[in-house]
Write a protein that binds this ligand. Structure first.
Ligand SMILES: C[S@@+](CC[C@H](N)C(=O)[O-])C[C@H]1O[C@@H](n2cnc3c(N)ncnc32)[C@H](O)[C@@H]1O
Length: 288
């Protein structure tokens, strides 16, 4: 998480974040969402939560901590995690993964289209990742009339899930998608400001189910997945939480299934024997 200039500027005003409150907040973020927040990020935490204190009319972080730990703090616990997570994403982020998807993964799955195929964008943020997946599936000609393919798109943050489900992007958030693809899969909708606004077409929406899901919780999904994109999510987790996830992914992936991670994320050594490395941050679960 980078402390932006705006955050540094804002951090000059409002209540200060004492050590004790920082520890209570970071412990809560770790226990609730797996977020591992170093003490060097205290200024960022203070800036991001100052708005919440103002909104609640609280004048100290100690009072805020008491509130999130109270019986009435349920909604604020969600707001706190939402404020501390980083939701940056864009269409076709780390495009080499989408190239690998169309050059290797989809050809490999082509003769399995007689069974349900399941993809998962785990930590999908505002939806650019699952919509990029859906566009790639159409563009590669993979989907025929009988293909039963669904993309689960999940995130811990209910705000981004609501946004993604709505599927409407201002022009600055749709960068990364070529004009040609934007015209083919999105429709321009009225905007209430000077920025143009684009809405995902039904062909994309019908492939994707958006769900709020904390990766730390028990996963309710029944079947196995063929492809999982979990990119730029585990970077905020410590090794112990990452290892728990590698174990869970190896169980929920179909043998031979693919796992894509973000550019600075790697499967830890203890799980290397279960996964074959396919390319930069792309893995395949071994069949036996
Ligand atoms: C930087 S975004 C990544 C978006 C997309 N995968 C990409 O690479 O562009 C990280 C997302 O992970 C989500 N996240 C963080 N902790 C999570 C958790 N414990 N369970 C589920 N999602 C989580 C955040 O809410 C955020 O939307």
């Amino acid at each position: 998480m980078n402390l932006s200039d705006q955050e540094s500027f804002n951090s000059l005003s409002g209540p200060s974040l004492d050590d004790q409150s920082f520890k209570r907040i970071s412990k809560f973020a770790y226990d609730a969402a797996g977020l591992s927040i170093a003490s060097s990020k205290a200024a960022m935490v203070r800036t991001r939560l100052a708005r919440r204190l103002r909104h609640l009319g609280l004048n100290s972080f100690g009072a805020y901590c008491d509130f999130i730990q109270s019986d009435d703090g349920g909604q604020e616990r969600i707001e706190l995690i939402s404020a501390l997570t980083t939701n940056v994403s864009h269409f076709y982020r780390e495009n080499h993964h989408f190239k690998l998807l169309t050059s290797q993964v989809l050809p490999d799955l082509a003769n399995q289209r007689n069974r349900p195929l399941r993809f998962w964008s785990a930590g999908c943020s505002n939806g650019q990742e699952p919509y990029s997946l859906a566009v790639s599936l159409y563009e590669s000609g993979f989907l025929n009339t009988n293909t039963d393919l669904k993309i689960l798109a999940s995130d811990i943050d209910p705000r981004v899930i609501d946004f993604a489900r709505k599927g409407e992007y201002p022009e600055r958030m749709i960068e990364g998608l070529s004009t040609e693809l934007r015209e083919r899969y999105f429709s321009e909708v009225p905007s209430n400001n000077s920025e143009r606004q684009w809405s995902a077409q039904e062909s994309l929406r019908k492939l994707i189910s958006f769900r709020r899901l904390n990766l730390l919780d028990t996963w309710p999904m029944q079947g196995q997945f063929d492809v999982i994109f979990c990119r730029n999510v585990v970077i905020y987790f410590d090794q112990k939480t990452q290892d728990t996830l590698w174990g869970k992914f190896s169980k929920i992936l179909r043998p031979g299934g693919w796992l894509f991670l973000g550019h600075s994320e790697r499967i830890s050594d203890g799980f290397q024997n279960q996964f074959e490395t396919l390319g930069d941050t792309a893995y395949r679960l071994r069949k036996s």
